[in-house]
Design a protein around this ligand. Structure first.
Ligand code: A2P
Length: 284
């Protein structure tokens, strides 16, 4: 079974989920979710920005699984800020998904106005419409700013993390705060060659697993939640099979040495980018 990780509020989150970023047509979204659920995944990570919430909802309904057996995450994009606006947009996300609650709702980026957005999320959490609330792409200064001005500490921070961008300092800070580290682009988003790194391929050969499985296993042993994306059935299944082997301390350390501090995504401290990202919604 896929392990459940405890959150600060006593709830749990499945440690492996399926990501659907950049899966932008109905067929790929529905197929990847169908394969994932058949392979035992129960956690799906989408966002308003991905423009695919409607297809995620269709795939969930077609699965016939019970709502309470699934863990569904979505995120509020940077163009929506403010208390009332956030509540309305949350309802729009529920409507697109065809759901009546979310397991996890995240502020997608620390774009200006996130305090009022968080206050709305706190109230939706208290009302039971969102089981867990969190943020994404927040760094320590942004978390501190948010926590100083609001009551409920985020339960999760979903941040870019992979062997070439390990987030060592932020990982330690999150751990000290009891905020669960969730890794986006755990494999490096396919735009980064950690999958071909000789250190990774050598460890993979030693365990008779694939480089992707080694990287995902490294995240799991760091106690992160991972949400790899794939639109290929064999890879969706492969990415689930990471709980029957383990990396030893030397192997974990060899991967630690690979860190290059090299992002594939935007820098959360780039204020010009954050501001600009508030001018579009990303939906098709
Ligand atoms: P594809 O969807 O064509 O399978 P991340 O989740 O880190 O952003 O990584 C997603 C990228 O890695 C995508 O390009 C995806 O391609 C690819 N990918 C996903 N799983 C695997 C795997 N097991 N082996 C190789 N590449 C993978």
């Amino acid at each position: 079974d896929i392990p459940q990780i405890p959150l600060a509020n006593g709830n749990t989150i499945p440690q492996l989920g399926l990501g659907v970023f950049q899966v932008d047509n109905a067929q790929d979204v529905k197929n990847s979710i169908k394969w994932a659920l058949a392979a035992g995944y129960r956690h799906i990570d989408t966002a308003a920005y991905y423009g695919n919430e409607q297809w995620v909802g269709e795939a969930i309904r077609e699965s016939g699984l019970k709502r309470e057996d699934l863990f569904v995450t979505s995120k509020i994009w940077n163009n929506v800020r403010g208390y009332d606006e956030t509540k309305q947009e949350f309802q729009a996300t529920l409507d697109r998904l065809g759901l009546d609650y979310l397991d996890l709702y995240l502020i997608h980026w620390p774009a200006p106005g996130y305090v009022d957005t968080w206050r709305a999320m706190e109230d939706l959490y208290k009302a039971g419409k969102i089981k867990n609330i969190g943020v994404s792409n927040f760094e320590q200064n942004q978390l501190e700013d948010l926590m100083q001005q609001t009551d409920i500490k985020p339960m999760v921070d979903q941040i870019e993390t992979h062997p070439y961008f390990q987030q060592t300092a932020l990982h330690a800070y999150l751990e000290s705060q009891g905020i669960q580290h969730e890794a986006w682009s755990p494999l490096g988003g396919g735009r980064n060659n950690a999958l071909d790194d000789p250190v990774i391929t050598k460890i993979a050969a030693a365990h008779d697993v694939t480089p992707a499985q080694v990287i995902l296993r490294w995240h799991i042993q760091r106690e992160e939640v991972v949400i790899p994306k794939s639109i290929h059935e064999d890879r969706v299944k492969q990415n689930r099979d990471i709980f029957a082997f383990g990396l030893d301390e030397d192997e974990m350390q060899a991967i630690v040495q690979l860190d290059q501090g090299k992002r594939v995504g935007p820098d959360p401290q780039n204020e010009a980018w954050l501001k600009q990202s508030q001018s579009y919604d990303g939906r098709k």
